[in-house]
Unconditional design. Structure first.
Length: 352
């Protein structure tokens, strides 16, 4: 969110009154307004400084990644400022439809410099990659913050997980240049006149065979490589018709690694604290239940009797209902009807 705000402020049009102009004019207005208190001005200044500091830290600690696709050339790409993991970038790039090329993808990965900083941003900001800068507008997507780029081995594992059926190979910049040259020429394997091969020749032939079979290349580039060679190799890969997609990125800086480890340590600490609090809560409940059990074992003032008041009341009600039923049944025998039947009943008030 901070990156989006800063990006919108920096790229706002100058013809109209932009948000940057309004924000720059806000401090003098606040200072000149007599009703504005010093606390409000101080709070605004602290918020502005915090936003600028956070944006600078996030931009310095980030590892960018630029993605080109052969089926979407001459199209303006979009920028992504969200924190994206490297495995997600590889999965989305390699599994997109319409990339049925001889070489599925090429990932150029620049190592960090001697001082531990990220190399790609430094080379691009100093203007050492002019040809790549021309191709920058043709990129499919530009990720400004890609986490999880720890090395070529990590990227190779992510590519293998994203495309299990493809062959992923880690190569140097010179090997990749030779691979580009061999795409138009047949495969050549060194064979001696006697038919016996030395260990170096066997290794070279094996490497050549791997280069011919692989379709995803992870190009590991050291920090002291000539920037012009990097520029030429990346542009050649972008313009080659047999390459599906090209990813240019760099290993994240040492500061980002330290920040990531700090975040992971804090997460582990929070998980441990949460587990400890739940354990303490369970122990407290267990102790409460034990205390209740001890209280239930207190038998002082408790006596065992043969009959409780409820049982006595039940028995008395049983006898009451039984006696009432007996009286009712016995009185039913005293009820008798007439035994003499006449054709004409006597009138009321006279005897028969």
């Amino acid at each position: 969110v901070i990156n989006k705000v800063v990006y919108s402020l920096l790229h706002a049009p100058r013809s109209s009154e932009s948000s940057l102009d309004r924000s720059s004019l806000l401090l003098p207005k606040m200072a000149a307004a007599p009703r504005r208190s010093l606390a409000t001005l101080l709070l605004f200044t602290m918020k502005t400084a915090a936003v600028i500091l956070l944006s600078l830290v996030s931009s310095v600690a980030s590892a960018p990644a630029v993605v080109w696709k052969s089926n979407q050339r001459n199209r303006s790409g979009h920028h992504c400022s969200h924190d994206v993991h490297a495995s997600d970038v590889l999965t989305k790039t390699l599994n997109e439809d319409g990339l049925d090329s001889e070489i599925q993808a090429v990932v150029f990965l620049l190592r960090r410099s001697k001082d531990g900083s990220e190399t790609l941003t430094a080379l691009a900001s100093e203007g050492f990659l002019p040809a790549i800068a021309v191709k920058y507008d043709d990129a499919h997507v530009i990720h400004h913050h890609v986490s999880g780029i720890e090395g070529s081995n990590t990227i190779a594992r992510g590519a293998s997980a994203a495309r299990p059926g493809d062959v992923v190979l880690q190569v140097t910049l010179s090997e990749f240049s030779s691979k580009l040259l061999s795409l138009e020429a047949p495969l050549e394997i060194e064979v001696s006149e006697s038919g016996m091969l030395s260990k170096a020749a066997k290794h070279s032939n094996k490497r050549t065979r791997l280069l011919s079979e692989a379709n995803i290349f992870i190009v590991d580039i050291s920090a002291n490589t000539d920037p012009a060679a990097i520029d030429r190799a990346v542009v050649a890969a972008i313009e080659h018709p047999k390459i599906g997609s090209v990813i240019l990125s760099a290993i994240r800086s040492t500061s980002e690694v330290k920040m990531d480890r700090d975040v992971q340590a804090r997460r582990r600490m929070q998980a441990m604290q949460k587990a400890g609090s739940s354990m303490l809560a369970s122990n407290a409940r267990r102790l409460d239940q034990a205390a209740d059990g001890n209280n239930n074992q207190d038998l002082s003032g408790v006596y065992y009797v043969q009959m409780t008041p409820n049982i006595l009341a039940g028995i008395m009600f049983f006898f009451l209902f039984t006696f009432t039923t007996y009286i009712g049944i016995s009185c039913m025998g005293m009820i008798a009807g007439q035994t003499v039947y006449v054709s004409k009943m006597p009138s009321i008030g006279r005897e028969a």
